[in-house]
Write a protein that binds this ligand. Structure first.
Ligand code: NAD
Length: 496
């Protein structure tokens, strides 16, 4: 059982007063930890610690900062299995996925360490031969990092790693649903001796701690990953505060498009993985399978057969496919969407719901809900993010209609197309609205060295992962004259 604490100025801080519990969503009798609710005073202390640590941290060489991340990697590798078990217990994903998540987080720190010896600016030509011009990057200051529960280890590393490498300091607020993994990550930072104040962590709710952090005038950048509703709120608040920017990664209504020439086995397997891994609780999960009418009958038969076979249960049994959903609220929300699909005229192919039986009695276990629905611009279930094991098969008459149906949502995060025809794949690539695209693959499985971020309601046009450097640094122009006299660009002559 973890006795949760905030981490401020290099120390875990005792806090009396209000607290909250974290329980295992697969077995609510298992208490994993108790954590403090932070308040305004804690926020002031954490932001001040980050502000005071900033000048010395940015004065270190980029390589010096990278070396802290390399040392961190050694600790995370040593503790990988312990961390993976904690991810599985706290978040509810299967241990095989939890291990992959911890690997992904380690990859991000390895990638940042590698980048520390790579160029991070540009030499730019000038009209004047004797002038040397550069694009140089400067850190921005104190960054607020606010993360969701579905990737409690990887997402914080994706946001904290680049922020620290580039010389910023961080105040991190993890989701209230996954405070245990966050605490372990910060313990590893302490163990490598990261200078006090460079990273600080505050537990608590989004409504209170998150809101106060976003509004804090000394937080210059907010890096947020979570729902579109909260992201839009953060964008509005940030816009009103001078010198504050935010980069938000939000939800998706992703799709696999199966064309008439698709390899059917690949199409079914990619769709199953996209729809049901992590019980559909990935921002990249697909809740729409847009299938060409000529192959929809075969696809639907085979998809439902496999969906019936997937095993849901004990998160520590590597033979299981998926675990529970995160909590009761989320479970009820998914069940409501299942009902709404029926009300909107869905032909139910697999009527998923709460799993019954002694092995499921103490957790939030849901079986897959699969339905067929004709394209319908008025349908809510075909447009809104469900974030659970809930998927629609939507038949379309051709590629044109597939494109139209794909883009008929306010989100634009991931598309995958299953086809053997490179020309059709190119049409999808050019005309669908998305941030991450795949051919003959599931919609899940991003890697750290690519951009990660959606369009429309899914993002703010500032992708994360390899391109987060553009958010956490300010690009400056620096020009040096090597001539004895002043020579101006654009042919400007000055008589003095
Ligand atoms: P959420 O928006 O409810 O919460 C995310 C974080 O924001 C949490 O730490 C929460 O405490 C905090 N928060 C809540 N209200 C806040 C407020 N008013 N001000 C500041 N912070 C606040 O999301 P969630 O339920 O934790 O996560 C699921 C959502 O995250 C899904 O929509 C999913 O698609 C999305 N997600 C997106 C990505 C991506 O990269 N695009 C990745 C993972 C998850």
């Amino acid at each position: 059982m973890i006795q949760g604490k905030n981490f401020i100025r290099g120390e875990f801080v005792e806090k009396k007063g209000e607290s909250f519990e974290k329980r295992n969503p697969a077995n609510i009798d298992e208490l994993l930890g108790v954590f403090p609710h932070s308040d305004q005073n804690d926020i002031e202390k954490a932001v001040e610690a980050a502000r005071l640590a900033y000048p010395q941290w940015r004065a270190l060489s980029r390589i010096g900062r990278g070396e802290y991340l390399d040392n961190l990697v050694q600790i995370l590798k040593r503790d990988k299995e312990e961390l993976s078990v904690l991810v599985a217990k706290e978040q509810g994903k299967n241990i095989t996925e939890a291990r992959a998540e911890v690997t992904e987080g380690i990859h991000m720190f390895q990638y940042q360490f590698g980048l520390s010896r790579m160029p991070f600016g540009e030499v730019v030509s000038s009209e004047i031969e004797e002038k040397d011009s550069f694009m140089r990057r400067k850190p921005k200051g104190v960054i607020g990092v606010i993360t969701p529960w579905n990737f409690p280890f990887a997402i914080p590393t994706w946001l904290i790693g680049p922020s620290l490498l580039e010389g910023n300091t961080v105040v991190f607020k993890p989701s209230k649903e996954t405070p245990c993994v966050a605490q372990k990550l910060v313990e590893a930072f302490k163990e490598v001796g990261i200078p006090p104040g460079v990273i600080n962590m505050l537990h608590g709710s989004g409504e209170r701690v998150g809101t106060l952090l976003v509004r804090h005038p000394k937080i210059v950048v907010v890096l947020f990953t979570g729902s579109a509703e909260v992201g839009q709120q953060i964008r509005r608040v940030s816009a009103e505060i001078p010198d504050k920017m935010c980069a938000c990664e939000m939800g998706g209504k992703n799709a696999v498009i199966v064309l008439d020439d698709a390899d059917m086995e690949l199409a079914v397997n990619a769709s199953i993985i996209s729809a049901f891994k992590t019980s559909g609780q990935r921002c990249t999960a697909a809740s729409r399978l847009i299938v060409h009418k000529d192959v929809v009958k075969e696809f639907q038969k085979r998809f439902v057969e496999v969906a019936k076979r997937i095993t849901i249960g004990d998160t520590l049994d590597p033979d299981n496919f998926a675990g529970p959903v995160i909590n009761e609220t989320q479970m009820n929300k998914i069940l409501r969407y299942n009902e709404l699909a029926k009300e909107e005229g869905a032909e139910v192919l697999l009527d998923g719901g709460r799993l019954k039986g002694p092995q499921y009695a103490k957790g939030y276990f849901l079986s897959p809900f699969v339905y067929r629905m004709e394209p319908n611009p008025k349908s809510v279930v075909l447009k809104e993010e469900v974030f659970g094991p809930h998927v629609a098969i939507i038949p379309v008459k051709d590629l044109e209609q597939a494109l139209e149906v794909h883009n008929d949502t306010e989100y634009g995060l991931v598309v995958s197309v299953i086809t053997e025809d490179c020309r059709k794949a190119r049409e999808i690539r050019e005309r669908c609205e998305y941030g991450l695209g795949y051919v003959n693959l599931p919609t899940i499985g991003a890697e750290v060295h690519l951009p990660f971020g959606g369009v429309k309601k899914s993002g703010t046009g500032l992708p994360s992962a390899s391109t987060l450097i553009d958010v956490v640094t300010h690009r400056t122009a620096w020009t040096v004259n090597h001539a004895r006299e002043i020579k101006m660009a654009q042919g400007l002559k000055v008589k003095l």
